[in-house]
Design a protein around this ligand. Structure first.
Ligand code: NAP
Length: 302
């Protein structure tokens, strides 16, 4: 049984195109319509064939939809919601994939009053963007966090849940504010740290850039993968999840100062104890299938 027959995806980059690929594979009877504000992306989507239809205006994309998924950067949600407001069918469910949730819900509620809004966030991605970056298995065995507002209809939540399950995801239902706090520590803060470290290394005067690149296997390389993530997306994430990110950053700064003290005063036991604890967390992530224990993090080098 198909949860939705007419699915519209707005924003045909990494996440939008991956949803379309996965929906085509796992819900082949559903009709997938796409729209992107960039004409080059629309043309590429047609060439790659992951949508049945690509429209050249947002209203035409949603007019027959029973599910609309907004896959644009968080800062573009208001603009696109305003653009589809007139044509959105009354009984359509409107969802999104934004990396922060409380602000997006407020934005969608302002632009689309009296509609059936159920935000969601697939916790899956890569550092690549654009329509060529998408693939059907991106959500396989990854978590999708659905953050229904208090007034969401239970039947609608169940349908959205069934949709994401068909794309391969495991589902967690969470309050939007709690989502933002959890993701601030598991995703947003690590990105901020990676952006900082890579920025610091590139600004160093007494270590040359070619040395930084040459000896990157010493840990730096793994930060550069994260720091290569899309600048627009991440600018919007930090601005929209400001409160939770600043709170986590404060905690992080305090812990960093404690480490600084331990190094200064030769407190090796303190360092050893922390590093043992963090190693166990890595083991649990692998045990729960959320990463690969293969050498070089299972990365392919072709
Ligand atoms: P992406 O590859 O850059 O794709 C976003 C697409 O949306 C781009 O083609 C962009 O066009 C288009 N767009 C921007 N503004 C638009 C508008 N007003 N109307 C229609 N299309 C518009 O980004 P992504 O990685 O798929 O991220 C999309 C969303 O998923 C973001 O909200 C992000 O927070 C969330 N998310 C990302 C990841 C990840 O790892 N990447 C994971 C989970 C969730 P232009 O290029 O012309 O701007």
């Amino acid at each position: 049984m198909l949860p939705f027959a007419n699915i519209t995806i707005i924003g045909l980059g990494l996440i939008g195109s991956s949803i379309a690929h996965a929906a085509k594979e796992n819900m082949s009877a559903a009709r997938i319509t796409g729209f992107d504000s960039d004409p080059a992306v629309r043309n590429r989507a047609l060439e790659l064939g992951f949508c049945d239809d690509v429209t050249d205006n947002p209203g035409a994309a949603v007019i027959d939809a029973d599910l609309v998924v907004l896959c644009v950067p968080v800062g573009a949600m208001a603009e696109i919601a305003d653009e589809i407001a007139f044509d959105l069918p009354e009984d359509a469910i409107i969802s999104d994939v934004g990396s922060s949730k409380d602000g997006v819900l407020e934005t969608l509620r302002n632009s689309l009053p009296n509609t059936r809004i159920i935000p969601a966030h697939p916790v899956a991605g890569t550092e690549n963007s654009g329509p060529d970056a998408g693939f059907a298995t991106l959500f396989q065995d990854r978590w999708c966090i659905i953050t229904p507002p208090d007034d969401a209809l239970e039947g609608d939540v169940e349908k959205l849940k069934a949709f994401w399950e068909k794309l391969g995801a495991n589902i967690e239902i969470m309050d939007a504010k709690h989502h933002d706090l959890v993701l601030a520590v598991t995703s947003h803060l690590p990105h901020l740290i990676a952006y900082t470290i890579v920025g610091t290394a590139s600004d160093l005067e007494d270590v040359t850039r070619s040395e930084v690149i040459k000896y990157s296997a010493g840990g730096f390389r793994d930060f550069t993968r994260i720091a290569a993530s899309d600048p627009t997306m991440w600018r919007d994430v930090f601005l929209s999840n400001k409160e939770a990110v600043l709170e986590m950053l404060q905690r992080f700064s305090e812990d960093l100062s404690a480490l600084q003290r331990a190094i200064r005063w030769d407190k090796g036991d303190e360092l050893f104890e922390l590093f043992t604890k963090t190693r166990a967390i890595r083991r649990r992530i692998i045990e729960e299938g959320q990463d690969d224990a293969a050498p070089d993090f299972g990365r392919s080098h072709d």
